[in-house]
Write a protein that binds this ligand. Structure first.
Ligand code: FAD
Length: 319
């Protein structure tokens, strides 16, 4: 039996959906599942963590862990991994996961694989699949180390609502760590906007929107849909959108149920951040735009005509 430890993805005290997705996949593989929650106030999440599909919940709670810092966080995960005798440790695709995973891998003498989209277990043989070269190819990698630390790409697995674990809470003391760098304060994005990586719908704006008026028009569409509002790099470079809104190879990777690309050409670097979306709708005046190669639905037209029409239709549906 394989033991898979999932690292709970917790943001501002809330358990993110990726935790249930990873636990569902681990159970589907027939593994024994545990979850580790690390933070300043996490023990109240134990029942949610069990409901999400874990049979053991390791809780590492301490005021010193309130603000994420990679070394203490990784040390706490390693402690839980050792307690559970984990063969694999899975992180969701978050800043926390990306920072902590390599540290955990080093301490467990495990292989570390990032951006994985699938895992298979056949006896002792573990194989992972991950995209490479800006999503142009998929690599199948045979894992030949006894342990694996994996960062799973957003949207790779689906949560099974039928799945539930059982509550078995194990409190662990935070291990002593060499904290060379300490984050004193986190200044969060106070805009109150929906986080792109969590959003069920993402509307992104590209250079076709031209200027601030165009951006505001597309943003209003995102607001009507209660969607995350993203952007191509061209709009970030033009100073019209903040860098934390950039979707793509050098921005955020999103995998919402619906991705609406407005005035975006579909450069490979943009596709690398959104082509895992379940349904893609593209609006572009150029019928040859590469975005249409990945779109499930395409509207060829001027976005300044199309977006107001979409808003009207959404209003009618919502009325
Ligand atoms: P354009 O390519 O200029 O496309 C604009 C589109 O709008 C066109 O298809 C045009 O037909 C359409 N259009 C124009 N007017 C209208 C209108 N009125 N109505 C409807 N459609 C209209 N890009 C990213 O997005 N994310 C990344 O992470 C990223 N990382 C990169 C990393 C590297 C190393 C490099 C070299 C590039 C990276 N890029 C990234 C940049 C990428 O190559 C493209 O330049 C960028 O995605 C283009 O943005 P765009 O589609 O908005 O603009």
């Amino acid at each position: 039996m394989t033991n898979i430890l999932v690292v709970a993805d917790i943001k501002q005290g809330e358990l993110k959906g990726s935790t249930a997705e990873l636990l569902s996949k681990a159970r589907a593989l027939g593994a024994d599942t545990a979850v580790v929650a690390v933070g300043g106030q996490v023990k109240d999440l134990a029942d949610q963590l069990a409901a999400a599909g874990s049979d053991t919940q390791f809780i590492v709670e301490d005021a010193s862990l309130e603000i994420f810092s990679a070394n203490p966080f990784a040390a706490a995960v390693v402690k839980a991994a050792n307690e559970f005798n984990a063969d694999m440790v899975w992180f969701g695709f978050s800043e926390t996961g990306k920072a902590a995973a390599p540290r955990v891998a080093v301490q467990l003498e495990a292989a570390c694989a990032t951006e994985i989209i699938d895992v298979t277990i056949d006896g002792d043989a573990v194989q992972i699949i991950r995209p490479a070269i800006a999503n142009k190819v998929l690599q199948k990698v045979k894992v030949n180390t006894p342990k694996l630390v994996a960062v799973v790409r957003a949207g790779a697995f689906e949560a099974d609502p039928e799945i539930a674990g059982k509550e078995n809470v194990v409190a662990l003391d935070p291990p002593e760590t060499d904290t060379r760098a300490k984050i004193k304060e986190l200044i969060s994005d106070a805009s109150g906007e929906i986080d792109l990586t969590d959003a069920d719908i993402v509307v992104s704006v590209g250079r076709g929107a031209k200027d601030q008026t165009g951006v505001d028009m597309v943003k209003a569409l995102a607001d009507d849909l209660a969607a995350g509002f993203g952007s191509s790099r061209a709009m970030v470079d033009a100073g019209l959108m903040a860098h934390n809104k950039q979707v793509g190879q050098t921005g955020k990777i999103v995998a919402p149920s619906l991705y609406i690309a407005v005035g975006i050409s579909g450069a490979i670097q943009h596709l690398a951040g959104m082509n895992g979306s379940k349904v893609i709708l593209a609006v572009n005046k150029d019928p040859e735009a590469p975005i249409f190669n990945v779109a499930d639905f395409g509207i060829v037209g001027d976005l300044f005509d199309v977006v107001p029409l979409l808003k009207e239709e959404i209003k009618k549906i919502r009325a």
